[in-house]
Each structure stands twice: as structure tokens, then as C-alpha cells.
Design a protein around this ligand. Sequence first.
Ligand code: SAJ
Length: 420
Amino acid sequence: MSFETISIIGLGYIGLPTAAVIASRKRQVIGVDVNQRAVDTVNRGQVHIVEPELDVVVLAAVSGGYLRATTKPEPADAFLIAVPTPFKEEYQPDLDYIESASRAIAPVLKRGDLVILESTSPVGATEQMAEWLAQARPDLTFPQSHGEASDIRVAHCPERVLPGHVLRELVQNDRVIGGMTPKCSEVAASLYKTFVEGACVITDARTAEMCKLTENSFRDVNIAFANELSIICDKLGINVWELIRLANRHPRVNILQPGPGVGGHCIAVDPWFIVSKTPNEARLIRAARGVNDSKPAWVLDKVKGAIAAYLQAQPGKTARDVTIACFGLAFKPDIDDLRESPALEITRSLALNHPGSVWAVEPHIDALPESLEHCKLKSLDEALAKADIFLLLVDHKAFKEVAAERFRRAAFVDTRGIWA
Ligand code: SAJ
């Protein structure tokens, strides 16, 4: 099957790179987004999100005439939906964005079109999307009612790219393609094969949905194990990072790294999509979420302990005289993304509750977010020279390079094990 025109719905962290990569293969790509500013930015050949190399690929795609953006869906041969799937109250998946995207493309669908859901979704979401499309277009047939004979093909193909490496992983990663019927999978695979160098592995839609949730839950559970170990080891007076290095010498052990908690908008969210469907069965997955979500509070307790020890050693001083420097705000190393970052949450709580100064050191940003209005952004050198307590939150390269005599100057709490 040949795809003359491909439409990407949602020009965010996944949709825009995907649109640009497909356009770089000299296909006509129409990007659709409800945000007029994002659409205008893309049409100028610029980007509204930070991802290495993305600006170059988008500029080439737009100036070459292969990519353009609009707020209103237009006819195309394939539609890739890459909109957010957050959770709402009680960790229930929120499919509102998928529903509005489906309803928005429904009027322009025509016989033979392919619709792919890329957004990370709870099991059953692809079938639900097909149902919304069928309700809006009773004149067309869909796989849930007409199987292989349907007018419209529907598949789920979850994105799996790592922020910071999106352009490489989009092309090199294997893709799991779950069609609502075998023909749907086959047609979807033929689209991905136009730009994916990894294998395109075929399954059904529900397995593809669960596969993506499983990958991120696997990581969450394993990080929770590391985080729990760090709390146990702290109590027992053992350096957890040395312990993990030693245990990982076993050929069948591979423990991940503890930290201040799990951030980003994927790993801390997706396990809940499993829990919400199977609350009684997903016991370990739920417990892991609890362990990781409670880590920031534990870190704050450690900082309290460090302040108390500092004041004991400095009679006459009060907490008001103590300056705390927080090293790192991003949700993981060497990126500028502060979304759902435990480092940001911890710094914010300190800035609100500590009577002395709280400084943030984040080499990847120029200004602090509004939520840190009580905090000051400082350079690495100034913080290392003047703060009283160091709180290491992100293992940025710049922090790993700090010489031991500089960070040993003050008391520190090291949540990443690079100064410990
Ligand atoms: N983290 C630790 N210890 C570790 C590894 C990670 O504390 O040993 C923390 C990080 O600091 C960060 C969080 O976990 O706060 C998540 O970071 P990450 O690098 O594990 O993952 P993300 O959220 O950037 O991207 C994940 C990836 N999924 C997997 O690796 C299974 C990516 O491939 C997915 O495409 C992405 O989620 C997504 O969009 O779902």
C-alpha cells in the first residue's frame, strides 16, 4: 500500500519528531494540533519543544515542502494519533484527548484509510477509538463490525522513544504493531517500514497496548526496588551504590539506580493504566508506584537531618542562617525537561518550608519556573563556594565532574550516589 499523504494528530514530543522523520523520507505530511501557536511555529520551520537535532529536521522538512501544520484535519491516507493520555482523579486514564482527536479526523476519513493510535493507552483504548470513529461515520465500516472487510484499518503502535534520543530511537527501535485484524497490522507495518530500520513486529491491538505499559512498569518496579534498597541501606549504614555495583557483578542480576523519585510523564503514569484495569491483581505494580512516589518525602527528611546536624556543629546559628543548594531540577540527567520532576518537587518544598535561603543549580535552564519563586538560580561555582548544605538531585554530567575537595566542603545529601 502506498501512502501519499500522512497526517499526524498532536505535534508534541512524539508527534512532531515523527512527522519530521516521515517528511524527511519525502512523504507529504500534514501535522495537526489544536494549539495555534505550535502550528504557526512549525509552519515557520521552527520547534516549540526541546529535543536534540529536531530543529534541523523540522526546518528541512518544512522548507522542502514536505511538512506543514494546521489546526483543522484534512484528508490523508493514514492518520497517526499522538496526543497525551494523562490520568485524572484516582489515577483513572483520561482518554479525552484521544476522543477529541478521533472526532476531529472522522469527517475527513475515506474508504481505505488507516488510523493508528500511538499514544500510550490502557488496554481496550484502540477498540474504544474505533468505536468513536464508527459513531461519527456510520457510512463507513470499521474492523470491530466488519473484520478484514472493513473500509477503515485501525491499529495501535505505541511510541517507545527515549527523550533526548528521540530522532535516533524513532528510526532504530523495533516497533510493536497491533492491528485490530491481521490486515490492519499488515497495512500499519507497511507504513512504519517506510522510516523504521528496526523490526516491525506484529501482534494484536490489546497486546500492543499492554506491551507498552509493561515496558514502563518493568522499569518503574525495578527503580522502586533500587529506591527501597537505598532506604534500607541508609538505615543499615551501607553505601547502596557500592552494594548495587557489587550485586550487579552477578551474571543474572542487573539492579537499576536509586534516585530522588521517578519523574517524567511516562514511567510514573503508565503503571496506573494497568492498576486501573486490574486493581486487585496489580499488587506489585501498585506497590512500586507507592515506593517511588514516597521517595521525595524521604529525601526531605534526610535534608532535615542534615540541617539539624549542621546546627548542632555550629552553636549560635539558626535554620535561618543555613543556605541549602539543590543541584539539578530536571527529571533526569543532561536534559532541560522539568516536567513531573521529583527534583523540582523537593526543591519547591524546601523553598516553601526552609526559613533560610534555598538555591537551585540547573545548568540547562536560564530562568526558574514560577513554582520556584522563593528560590534563587545560582551558578555551580557560587553554590559550591557559598552554600552550607548541598543536596544533589540530578546526576548531570557537570555535577559528576566536580572535584571531591569542592563538594566535601559542606554537608551533603546525595540522592544519586555521585558524590557519596
Ligand atoms: N530513573 C531512576 N533510576 C534509574 C533509571 C531511571 O531513578 O535507574 C528515573 C529517572 O531519573 C527519571 C525516571 O526514572 O526520573 C524516568 O526516566 P527513564 O530514563 O527511565 O525514562 P523516560 O521517562 O525518559 O522514558 C521512558 C522510556 N521507557 C523505558 O525505558 C522502558 C522510553 O523508552 C519511553 O518511550 C518513554 O518512557 C515513554 O514515552 O513512555
